[in-house]
Design a protein around this ligand. Structure first.
Ligand code: IPE
Ligand code: IPE
Ligand code: MG
Length: 240
């Protein structure tokens, strides 16, 4: 990852409330997910102007497979279309896309679409966009632990590389969750050890650049301490 992006904020967003947004309007849940894609477009465009270098969006959790087959299929189709339709625009705007999570359970074509989108946007230097699909933070930590078993001297940095899949892992500064729910739902548990949390009642399809600015303004008013006492204590790297 470019060092310029690493020096900017890492924001994670739990994009919640598509279903409730749709139901309140007499629409289908899938129409809510479609409206959610519009919000994704808005936020990707706004993020680099608001000091964000890395943006991780929670699109589909490993527990979301529990939803009705038709909703899951609709979401997978939406994700595939999103990648196909958006990749050119992302590349043009310097967005480097990567997908975190398992790929072996995705329907035919989606894993290939992900790989193609990652390759096509690999040169992006304006925003590192990470989309979490079939993602579980606990699984990511578990698999990192399994791959290290028998090794007695791994640093936090070594471990974080395995958990995050990033050569230069970046802690999350701010987690935003929409729709009024106040939980993490297995999102970036390792990386968010010292993240600030921002919860908003806004459902994801309504979330816009102004809402993002409000979340960041709240973040900038927080006093981060990282266990120390000085307000400007250096952020602990993953290294121990
Ligand atoms: C978030 O919206 C999108 C996904 C989890 C895929 P929801 O679908 O969870 O919407 P609500 O929570 O039912 O309103
Ligand atoms: C978390 O939302 C997952 C995503 C936003 C992709 P959920 O709606 O699935 O979470 P819970 O079930 O309310 O905790
Ligand atoms: Mg939800």
């Amino acid at each position: 990852m470019q060092s310029t992006l690493l020096s900017k904020l890492h924001v994670g967003i739990i994009m919640d409330g598509n279903g409730r947004w749709a139901t309140a309007r007499g629409l289908t849940r899938l129409e809510g997910h479609h409206a959610g894609v519009e919000a994704i477009r808005r936020i990707i465009e706004a993020a680099p102007h608001q000091g964000i270098g890395t943006l991780t969006l929670y699109a589909f959790s490993s527990d979301n497979w529990r939803r009705p087959t038709a909703e899951v299929a609709g979401l997978m189709t939406l994700l595939r279309r999103y990648l196909a339709n958006e990749v050119e625009m992302l590349a043009r705007n310097g967005v480097r896309l990567s997908v975190i999570g398992r790929r072996d359970r995705l329907p035919d074509g989606l894993a290939q679409a992900i790989a193609a989108a990652e390759a096509e946007t690999a040169g992006g230097e304006t925003l590192a966009l990470r989309i979490a699909i079939d993602y579980s933070a606990r699984d990511a930590i578990l698999h990192a632990a399994i791959s290290l078993s028998g090794i007695s001297h791994a640093t936090r940095t070594d471990f974080a590389r395995l958990v995050t899949g990033e050569p230069q892992p970046r802690d999350v500064d701010l987690v935003i969750r929409t729709s009024g729910e106040q939980r993490l739902s297995d999102f970036l548990l390792w990386e968010s050890a010292y993240a600030e949390l921002h919860f908003t009642e806004r459902n994801w399809p309504d979330f816009d650049a102004q809402d993002l600015a409000v979340a960041l303004a709240s973040f900038h008013r927080r006093q981060r301490r990282f266990g120390g006492l000085t307000p400007h204590a250096l952020e602990p790297a993953f290294g121990s």
